[in-house]
Design a protein around this ligand. Structure first.
Ligand code: HEC
Ligand code: HEC
Length: 317
């Protein structure tokens, strides 16, 4: 019986540590910011006019093409190529403007409306682009094409939603690529800021590619003030809450940070977090199940060991 008591005591303290002490310590060490469920309600006022309109996708396409978006962004699904390669774009804008094919499904509609009219406000980087600084955000605001600007913006959003894949078809990788990949690398998945590094036949080609990445990183550093960190281990090392807070609103989490608010909707955010965990540990799910089996097995083994010990001692008495 003594052994069973000891076992019970050990199990008790293990559970206390696991359920009470660890979460408490975690809560003290990591700041908690309440998630607003990706509602972006600070943008309600600025987007009221747009959100009350019903958009027309056909007119939206004209506006997107003639209103300037495609001067900086490619839209691959509509056969609209980029006007320059990523490295050259970054030397002009600081970063390569993302392809807009899936922007209608990745980003929150209200956020898109605010972004089109006032990028610095939507991205929460107005503090970096004050009139005194003399700097303008590299994405120029859309000032309208002569009609009702709110209707025009609603039309553009309808167009983006009409060409995007459905939320079901949007993979974690696609969401990540759209919203994060232009600034962050993912070493474990072989992603550079220019995309997944292709395999080259010769060392020279491989090094030439690396040089392009370095050149791109230089522009990005100048734009952001620092090189955005590699994301392979971020979610695993610093936790899911921090990752979610950072995706939803970097400023509320780390005041003055150079990372803009990305404006993805809640579903895309979950996909991006999944992708960040998978990158750190592609075998995670498989290992989680194995872990459970190992625990059951250990418990079974402990019980057998106790029974066996009793058996041996009885014979010796
Ligand atoms: C002068 C070039 C330029 C024009 C014109 C432009 N953009 Fe952008 N856009 C950019 C740049 C640069 C970024 C990346 C900014 C950053 O990451 O800090 C960007 C980012 C974006 C993003 C991603 C925002 C996010 O939250 O990550 C979307 C969506 C977008 N633009 C849509 C549009 C639409 C729609 C139009 C037309 C109304 C447009 N852009 C016009 C340069 C431009
Ligand atoms: C326009 C560039 C840009 C984009 C787009 C961007 N980031 Fe960042 N990110 C940064 C910069 C710059 C930092 C460094 C911030 C700092 O240290 O102040 C950063 C930091 C981070 C961090 C580290 C925060 C920490 O714990 O210190 C995480 C996590 C992160 N980004 C996740 C993401 C995810 C996920 C996306 C896509 C949804 C994304 N970022 C999109 C520029 C960007």
């Amino acid at each position: 019986m003594k052994e069973l008591k000891i076992l019970a005591v050990v199990i008790f303290f293990t559970l206390v540590t696991y359920w009470l002490v660890e979460p408490y310590a975690h809560g003290v060490m990591h700041k908690q910011v309440d998630s607003k469920q990706f509602a972006y309600s600070d943008l309600d006022e600025a987007t009221k006019g747009v959100m009350s309109k019903k958009g027309d996708a056909t007119r939206g396409k004209d506006l997107v093409v003639n209103g300037g978006c495609t001067g900086c962004h490619s839209i691959t699904v509509a056969d609209i190529p980029a006007t320059m390669d990523a490295v050259t774009a970054a030397s002009s804008y600081g970063v390569n403007p993302p392809d807009l094919s899936n922007s209608g499904v990745v980003y929150d509609a209200k956020f898109l409306a605010a972004l089109i009219k006032n990028p610095a406000q939507a991205l929460k980087v107005e503090h970096k682009f004050t009139p005194e600084s003399g700097k303008m955000h590299p994405m120029v605001p859309f000032y309208g094409m002569g009609g009702d600007i709110d209707q025009e913006v609603a039309d553009m959003i309808a167009y983006f939603q009409s060409i995007a894949v459905s939320q079901d078809e949007l993979t974690p990788e696609m969401a990540y690529e759209n919203a994060c990949a232009r600034c962050h690398s993912m070493k474990y998945l072989n992603w550079t800021e220019l995309g997944p590094k292709p395999s080259f036949k010769t060392e020279i080609e491989s090094l030439t590619y690396d040089l392009k990445v370095l050149e791109y990183q230089d522009s990005l550093k100048a734009y952001m003030g620092k090189l955005p960190p590699d994301l392979s281990m971020q979610a695993l090392a610093r936790g899911e809450t921090r990752a979610r807070n950072f995706i939803e609103d970097p400023q509320s989490y780390l005041e003055g940070t150079a990372m803009p608010r990305v404006g993805v909707n809640a579903q895309s955010a979950e996909k991006i977090i999944t992708y960040m965990f998978d990158s750190a540990d592609p075998k995670r799910e498989q290992r989680d199940t194995i872990g459970t089996y190992v625990i059951y097995f250990s418990i079974l083994l402990a019980i057998l060991a106790i029974l066996w010990k009793k058996e041996v001692w009885r014979d010796l008495k």
